[in-house]
Design a binder for this molecule. Structure first.
Ligand code: SF4
Length: 365
């Protein structure tokens, strides 16, 4: 018999339906311990969950969502985690991370990776959040799909020890794929799980995981193309610039970095973002706030251009209009007409006749 069950997305009213497979219901009858499983939806975390199911461990999955996820709406980490949790019949909690995460990105205790990725601090934050949920869901330990040595920054032995210590979870994080390369954890020592059935995978090769996936019947996992924008140099440059402009950037400010061509305004303190296609034009309109200006070219197809800053000058708007003209169909004209709209409570409109900029200057990216 297949039983229909529900879980709730943390911090929202959203209810997720999932089906509890018969096999798992039987497991629950004899299950003694419950764990929180960090589930990105990628291959490693799916395997970790499946291995623990084989050991009769009851689980609740956690999925963290940040604006730095490098995925599309259709193939988001969250949708992969959802798919996996439904497939394996375990409830899922989706946890949005921004306010405390952006502080960690601005000022990490430990260092950055190759971009602006504070991986140790990020993992500590994720584990601390998980630790705070353990009582609520009745979990005695945590499970992750981490593989020793797979990621140079956060999956080294010393980094893992630091992360465990700082998150207050020493001995309580089980990494089924690499467990035999670590000291036994409390769940292993207590006999809640069988150490002999855990593995000792290490390094960056995916071959052992692919072989294991075939053995455990894990066959619908995403390719490892997605990731974290903080590791990308271009994005890190834009984010650094944002940190220079704003002490306390909002989530909207960060989301804006994922759209369009970015330029600095006349004084350098204003951001000008030029849409690259229709979708981005629409996205810029969606992200625009009541302190932004939107600039468009009147008689030619062209980009929507968003202007954001604390003291937007007429010269900033002039530059935005010349950039909008530069990337529109009227780029070969001597001059084109543009409309600058202020989106505040009282909408203001300024018309400008400008020459398309031939060489975009002060482009950030
Ligand atoms: S790559 Fe990004 S999400 Fe992953 S640990 Fe590092 S900062 Fe966190």
């Amino acid at each position: 018999m297949v039983q229909l069950q529900y879980a709730y997305v943390l911090g929202s009213e959203e209810k997720i339906e999932y089906r509890q497979p018969e096999k798992d219901m039987n497991m629950h009858m004899t299950s003694k311990k419950k764990a929180l499983a960090l589930l990105s939806g990628g291959l490693d975390s799916r395997l970790a969950v499946r291995m623990m199911q084989e050991q009769n461990i009851d689980m609740v999955a956690l999925n963290y969502v940040t604006p730095f996820c490098n995925c599309t709406a259709k193939t988001s980490c969250m949708s992969e985690a959802r798919k996996a949790s439904q497939e394996y019949g375990i409830p899922l909690k989706v946890i949005p991370m921004f306010d405390d995460f952006i502080k960690v990105v601005q000022k990490p205790k430990y260092s950055y990776g190759r971009g602006l990725n504070p991986c140790l601090d990020c993992r500590i934050l994720m584990f601390k959040k998980a630790a705070s949920l353990m009582d609520e869901v009745g979990a005695s330990f945590l499970i992750t799909g981490e593989v020793l040595g797979e990621r140079p920054m956060s999956q080294r032995l010393d980094a893992i020890a630091t992360i465990e210590r700082d998150s207050g979870l020493t001995g309580l994080i089980v990494r089924p794929l690499s467990a035999q390369l670590f000291e036994p954890t409390i769940p292993e020592k207590e006999g809640w799980i069988d150490r002999s059935k855990l593995l000792k995978i290490s390094g960056r090769s995916r071959r052992p995981q692919i072989k294991l996936a075939a053995e455990l019947g894990v066959d619908d996992y995403p390719c490892p193309a997605g990731g974290c924008l903080l590791t990308e140099k271009h994005f890190a440059d834009k984010l650094r610039h944002l940190f220079e402009l704003r002490e306390d950037p909002s989530k909207n400010d960060v989301l804006l970095l994922k759209v369009g061509r970015h330029f600095s305004g006349d004084s350098g303190a204003t951001q000008i973002v030029v849409g690259r296609d229709e979708n981005e034009n629409k996205r810029l309109e969606d992200l625009s706030t009541n302190t932004d200006w939107l600039v468009t070219i009147d008689d030619w197809t062209g980009p929507t251009t968003l202007v954001r800053g604390d003291a937007i000058s007429d010269l900033d708007l002039e530059k935005a209009a010349t950039l909008a003209a530069r990337y529109g169909k009227g780029r070969d004209e001597d001059q084109v007409d543009s409309t600058c709209r202020f989106l505040g409570e009282t909408e203001r409109v300024i018309k400008k006749r400008v020459s398309p900029l031939s060489e975009p200057k002060a482009k950030i990216m």
